[in-house]
Every structure is written in structure tokens, then in C-alpha cells.
Ligand binder design. Structure first.
Ligand SMILES: *[C@@H]1O[C@H](CO)[C@@H](O)[C@H](O)[C@H]1NC(C)=O
Ligand SMILES: *[C@@H]1O[C@H](CO)[C@@H](O)[C@H](O)[C@H]1NC(C)=O
Length: 296
């Protein structure tokens, strides 16, 4: 089982899969993008070829009749680009390269919830109108097929859902769980005790496997640089490369989730860990047939 402090998980963000063009890409590195305007554009990020998916962060306020709000550093009030609709063409560029684009709804603000399916539809409309240009973006078969869910979990922050999150994971309805093994000394890499992270990982995979019929896969969420995490969890690339078989051997391994593009671009972390930690991944496709109507 996941230790007590780890069960104090809360939903940091759920990811709506915004787009999919090509199926059958194995998982790999999922990168957070959006917080820092010096990190390069979305299209440039996808063009690096380093990432399987880019997660735009964050739509931080929504639900319950609130006007949705985001905190992207690239567009919005007071920024040179007042609206984010230009991202449409960049999303298309990402799709053309087979990179899945997600939007992270939630984040640390915690000013979000959904009251009902109707509330969720309002949020969906907002996303359409502010990030996507309906006239030019073709999203394949949005309302057909099974939705895909990915949830990114912070284990360091406020306790809210506690066992609720554990129960949600057990339902098997989540396709991908990205656990943030950083900013939390009770779960993250401990230089003096490398087995600690392995144990932490094993606790999470056991949780996922406690529902034997589910296919939920686990992403190892890590900071891409020491200064990307305020409370630790950074693993130097050579060290991670040594450790990676612990994760890749697990049938539940989905890949690596990195925070965030700004530091990865600066330090080249993902390029240094790809060969050992990602290329062996043979897992399900991160794909979506529709924009999911609501979030757990
Ligand atoms: C386990 O996962 C399957 C597949 O998602 C689901 O149908 C089932 O209800 C889950 N079992 C429990 C006990 O939640
Ligand atoms: C893993 O789970 C065991 C059993 O619940 C617990 O004692 C241990 O502290 C956990 N370890 C980590 C690193 O989460």
C-alpha cells in the first residue's frame, strides 16, 4: 500500500486530451509547457522530437459558474498576445508530428471544481473558444469512442481527497496516472537511500495493480532540474539512468512526466534520459477519441 502521507493525494490536475492525430505512439516523456514565456513556443517544443505529449498548464480556475482563467505565460491579459487562440495552429503542428497535446485543468490554485456535467460543458466551451479556433481546428470524432483520462497527482500538498483519490485510481477508469515524485520527501528520490524511490514506486504500482483488470499506467513525475522543484526530488540524469530499469520493468510503467519545458530546454534533461528510461517503453497509446466532458 501507499504510505499514509502518500495517500494524502489530491487532484492537482486532470488532463483533457485535446488532440490526437496519429494513433499507436508508445508513451514516453510527457512535458509540462506553458508557465514560462522564455521556454519557447508550443510548436518548437513539439518539434524537438523529445516528447510524446505536451501538457499545457494550467487552466487554474473553473467550475461552479466562475469565469475560467488560466495562467499561461504566453498569452492572456497584459501579455503581448492577449488571447491564446494562436495556439490552434501550434497544436496542429504538434499533431502533425504525432505529439499529443493535453491541457492541464487544475493545478496548485485549487480554485476549481465541477458541479455537474452541464458545468463541465461550460468549461469545455471555454477551452474551445480560448485555446482552439473552431474554424480551423479539426478534432477527430470528438463525441464518439471512449474518453481517455490522465490524472497528475501531487502527493505533497494539501490533503483533500485522501482515500477518494485512491478509490478513483482503483476504479481503473484512469488510463494514466502521473505521480509527482518531487516536492515530497516522503515519496521522492533520496540520495542516501536509492531503494526508497523504488519502494515508493512499487507502492504506487501495487495500488494500480490492486485492480487486476485495469490497464492504468503510471508515469514517474520528476523535476527536469534541481531548481524546478521547491522541495526536492531531482535525480541527476546519470543516476536516473542507473535506476531506470526498476521502473521500465514494471508492466505499469507509462513513462516519465517532467516539470517543465523551461528547465528541460535549458538543461537538456530529457535528452539525457531518453535512451535508458523511455525507448524500451512498450505501452498503450496515449490517445483520445474525444474531449472528455468532465473530470473526476
Ligand atoms: C477494475 O477496473 C475495471 C476496468 O476499468 C472496472 O470495470 C472495475 O469496476 C474495477 N474494479 C473495481 C473494484 O473498482
Ligand atoms: C510503502 O508501503 C509500505 C506499506 O504500507 C510503507 O510501510 C512504506 O513506508 C511505503 N514506502 C514508501 C516509500 O512510500
Amino acid at each position: 500500500m501507499v504510505s499514509h502521507s502518500c495517500t494524502q493525494a489530491f487532484l492537482l490536475c486532470a488532463l483533457l486530451v485535446l488532440s490526437l492525430c496519429k494513433p499507436s505512439y508508445g508513451l514516453g516523456i510527457v512535458i509540462y509547457w506553458g508557465q514560462n514565456r522564455h521556454e519557447g513556443s508550443l510548436a518548437e517544443t513539439c518539434a524537438t522530437g523529445l516528447y510524446t505529449a505536451v501538457n499545457i498548464a494550467f487552466l487554474r480556475v473553473f467550475g461552479g459558474g466562475q469565469t475560467p482563467d488560466h495562467n499561461l505565460g504566453h498569452c492572456g491579459r497584459g501579455l503581448p498576445q492577449a488571447t491564446c487562440t494562436f495556439l490552434s495552429s501550434e497544436i496542429r503542428a504538434c499533431q502533425a508530428r504525432g505529439v499529443t497535446v493535453l491541457i492541464s485543468i487544475g493545478g496548485p490554485s485549487r480554485s476549481y471544481w465541477l458541479d455537474s456535467a452541464a458545468d463541465a460543458r461550460t468549461v469545455k466551451e471555454y477551452i474551445w473558444n480560448n485555446f482552439l479556433d473552431r474554424r480551423h481546428l479539426r478534432i477527430p470524432s470528438i463525441w464518439t469512442g471512449r474518453p481517455r483520462y490522465m490524472v497528475s497527482i501531487s502527493i505533497s500538498n494539501v490533503v483533500q481527497t485522501g482515500t477518494g483519490m485512491i478509490s478513483a485510481i482503483r476504479t481503473g477508469l484512469l488510463d494514466y496516472v502521473g505521480t509527482q515524485f518531487y516536492n515530497n520527501p516522503t515519496c521522492q528520490f533520496n540520495n542516501g537511500n536509492p531503494n526508497f524511490l523504488a519502494q515508493s514506486w512499487s507502492n504506487w504500482t501495487s495500488l494500480l495493480a490492486s485492480n487486476r483488470t485495469s490497464n492504468t499506467q503510471l508515469f514517474l513525475g520528476l523535476p527536469a532540474a534541481p531548481d524546478a522543484a521547491y522541495n526536492g526530488g531531482y535525480i541527476p540524469p546519470q543516476r536516473l539512468n542507473e535506476l531506470c530499469t526498476v521502473f521500465t520493468q514494471s508492466p505499469r510503467y507509462g513513462g516519465i512526466m517532467l516539470w517543465s519545458r523551461f528547465t528541460d530546454r535549458r538543461d537538456g534533461y530529457s535528452g539525457l534520459i531518453r535512451n535508458r528510461c523511455v525507448d524500451r517503453v512498450n505501452s498503450a497509446t496515449l490517445s483520445a477519441e474525444k474531449l472528455i466532458p468532465y473530470v473526476i
